[in-house]
Design a protein around this ligand. Structure first.
Ligand code: PSU
Ligand code: MN
Length: 305
């Protein structure tokens, strides 16, 4: 099924297209996390399988987003699914026209790109690991992830374990407030920090159930706006916060010393974190992504019901 808005046409898989047309629950997934950019092999494939399984177990249809051979896709099945776990080029929303126009083999969607494609396919809920946000030292680098504006301006619920831990989380919350994004804490009063359950910052509002998220969703003042559901990592998978702070500080210093800027910052820092935590960050990353997918599916069911 092909759906087209403006000048971009999106290839929607039959399963996802049927579900959207029938008003059934669908959860969009970004592909960066499943590609070589997000997680090392074979963890990336495990992440894909666990996220898809979690979505299905709650009665929703998973919809992986990507550009493959220059075609924007929502819902990737069959042989193409294998390619999602391969080498990719990182693709924010602004890169989608380039990936399509210049026929990229595999453009992996970040949050902003996934939201753009999911919206074109009529999907209402999106799950990821951690969103991008305002970087530490933003006053010098001006580095604010395009994820934040996409969350504000795409009519989807984004489900994430907060923002990536090495960001400036206070300023990230400020930016979301300015952009008018409702931020809800899933059974928590704290904004989560990806690998840990609390960033030491309060989340503006707490919700206890998917039905409550759906109730907030249906009362938005602007139909074209989105919201963020912040889901803390399950307690048993949480990393030690004090150790993590040291690791993050070192990784950011190394990033600066190596002169890495722009889109290269996130992959560089994530790799350093994985190395310095002796692999413990990897199972944590998998667990939180799977849990987010499960909560997102419950929300999608509540919204479609
Ligand atoms: N969080 C992770 N791994 C990732 C990302 C986030 O643990 O790979 C990716 C997501 O795709 C997110 C992107 O949308 O990083 C943000 O990148 P940037 O900061 O360059 O906008
Ligand atoms: Mn950036």
């Amino acid at each position: 099924m092909r759906t087209s808005t403006g000048s971009l046409s999106v290839e929607v898989s039959p399963e996802v297209g049927d579900a959207v047309a029938a008003g059934r629950a669908v959860v969009a997934l970004e592909s960066t996390i499943f590609s070589h950019l997000g997680l090392p092999s074979p963890s990336n494939r495990e992440a894909l399988e666990r996220c898809e399984h979690a979505v299905r177990s709650a009665g929703a249809v998973p919809a992986v987003t990507a550009v493959l051979d220059g075609v924007a896709r929502v819902g990737v099945d069959g042989d193409d699914r294998e390619r999602i776990c391969g080498p990719a080029r990182k693709m924010a929303e602004r890169d989608i026209p380039v990936a399509v126009g210049l026929n990229w083999e595999y453009g992996a969607t970040t949050v902003s790109a996934a939201l753009a494609l999911a919206h074109l396919a009529g999907v209402k809920v999106f799950a990821t690991g951690g969103i991008g946000g305002v970087h530490r030292g933003v006053e010098l680098t001006w580095d604010v992830s395009a994820d934040l504006d996409a969350i504000a301006t795409r009519p989807l619920v984004t489900v994430s374990a907060g923002a990536k831990a090495f960001l400036d989380l206070g300023r990230t919350l400020e930016h979301l407030e300015t952009a008018g994004v409702p931020v809800l804490g899933w059974r928590s009063d704290d904004f989560p920090a990806f690998y840990t359950r609390s960033a030491g910052l309060p989340v503006p509002h707490r919700v206890e159930s998917a039905d409550q998220v759906a109730a907030v969703w249906s009362a938005r003042t602007r139909p074209d706006s989105g919201m963020l559901l912040a889901v803390p990592i399950p307690s048993e998978d949480e990393l030690d916060a004090a150790h993590l702070d040291e690791v993050l500080a070192r990784a950011l210093d190394e990033c600066a010393a190596a002169g890495v800027v722009g889109a290269g910052v996130t992959p560089f820092v994530l790799e350093r974190i994985a190395m310095a935590t002796a692999g413990r960050s990897l199972p944590a990353n998998l667990a939180l992504a799977e849990h987010n997918a499960l909560v997102a599916a419950q929300v999608a069911v509540a919204i479609s019901g």
